[in-house]
Design a binder for this molecule. Structure first.
Ligand code: 6CS
Length: 351
């Protein structure tokens, strides 16, 4: 088990500063005399990748703002298990914070599956980030649905537009998806989205994906460019189709009970930091996605042909994907698509 702990250096200093901080902010130490707060923040990615650096930056900011009172240990993917284990850990409160992909909560929070809908958000990633940050449908209505499961999404943010990878031929039309073994996250609506194109989706953790692509257990997958490059999926795939069919959305989540019981001043700092991080992580994902397109292009040992979909080709997929929204409304949503309706109105205001 690999656990990355941050800022062990300085812990002693933090302990000394703790009493002073608590006096200043009026907080308490739970009456146990141990004033330092140690939180666990688990991510689905490894060191250097977008989710991990998000958690690291978050931890640094909280440490500074509280003069060392709050120390957050950041765990990379695999440190505490796979993605679905991490969802359980957050719900149970074994970890306090998590960066979570809605795709791994699909069986539990049906409404959260709306992020699986292709061509829902604008093509412009910055506009998508603005919607994710300000949407009432997501930040109030969807949050309430997650809170029924003891998960509070404090923010939603993009890790970039997703692209498809494949072998043999690029994915440019629904015909190319006929019987295509598409790796997906565990969400019934992601499955439906790819079945609508004619594919044969298979869910698995990304930890198994490189080997599965290499052995041909699955034929292809979707992810933002930085992740395709950093996880080396391009090494075992011949084509990357620039489909921009969806954004990879991540959520900054906390255990609801734990969060509600936080000292007011500390909770305000968590909220303030979450808000500040929206612009920071947008720039970071952009930087990493730009960096990795060059890395993939220049990797002559593992050549990847990059294919841009035309607007006409995208329109064929968009038409099919639009029908999947009706499936979400009638078969997936427990609210008849109420949250999706509101989100669509908010998106329309931006277009
Ligand atoms: O494909 C996945 O499952 C992984 N992709 C990203 C961009 N982050 C973590 C996630 O588990």
């Amino acid at each position: 088990m690999i656990i990355f702990k941050l800022r062990n250096v300085g812990l002693a200093l933090a302990m000394v500063l703790t009493l002073g901080f608590l006096a200043a902010c009026g907080g308490d130490s739970g009456g146990d005399g141990d004033a330092t707060q140690n939180w666990r923040f688990v991510t689905e990615e490894v060191e250097g990748q977008v989710q991990y650096v998000y958690a690291q930056e978050f931890a640094d900011r909280m440490y500074e703002k509280t003069d060392g009172e709050v120390q957050i240990d950041v765990y990379e993917f695999g440190g505490l298990g796979e993605e679905t284990d991490q969802v359980d850990q957050l719900m149970q409160g074994t970890v306090e914070m998590a960066v979570m992909s809605p795709g791994f909560t699909g069986d539990m929070v049906s409404e959260g599956q709306l992020f699986a809908l292709h061509f829902l958000f604008p093509d412009d990633v910055a506009t998508t980030q603005e919607i994710l940050t300000n949407s009432e449908a997501l930040n109030t209505d969807l949050r309430e649905r997650y809170e029924e499961h003891n998960i509070s999404p404090l923010a939603y943010w993009t890790e970039g537009a997703m692209q498809w990878t494949s072998n043999d031929e690029p994915l440019t039309s629904p015909e190319d998806f006929e019987n295509f073994q598409m790796r997906i996250q565990m969400s019934p609506l992601i499955r439906e989205s790819y079945e609508a194109y004619g594919a044969d989706p298979q869910d698995m953790s990304w930890g198994e994906l490189y080997t599965a692509l290499d052995r041909g257990t699955v034929d292809g997958q979707e992810n933002p460019i930085f992740f395709i490059g950093d996880a080396s999926f391009h090494e075992v795939q011949d084509y990357m189709t620039m489909s921009n069919h969806n954004n990879y959305v991540a959520m900054t989540t906390v255990n609801t009970e734990w969060y509600n019981e936080l000292d007011d001043d500390i909770r305000a700092l968590v909220d303030e930091t979450t808000e500040e991080m929206q612009d920071w992580i947008f720039d970071e994902q952009e930087r990493q996605n730009e960096e990795f397109i060059t890395i993939i292009e220049e990797d002559t040992d593992n050549p990847t042909e990059i294919v841009e979909l035309t607007e006409e080709e995208r329109q064929v997929f968009r038409d099919i994907a639009t029908d999947v929204r009706e499936f979400y409304r009638s078969e997936v949503s427990e609210l008849g698509g109420e949250i999706l309706d509101k989100l669509e109105e908010e998106i329309a205001e931006h277009e």
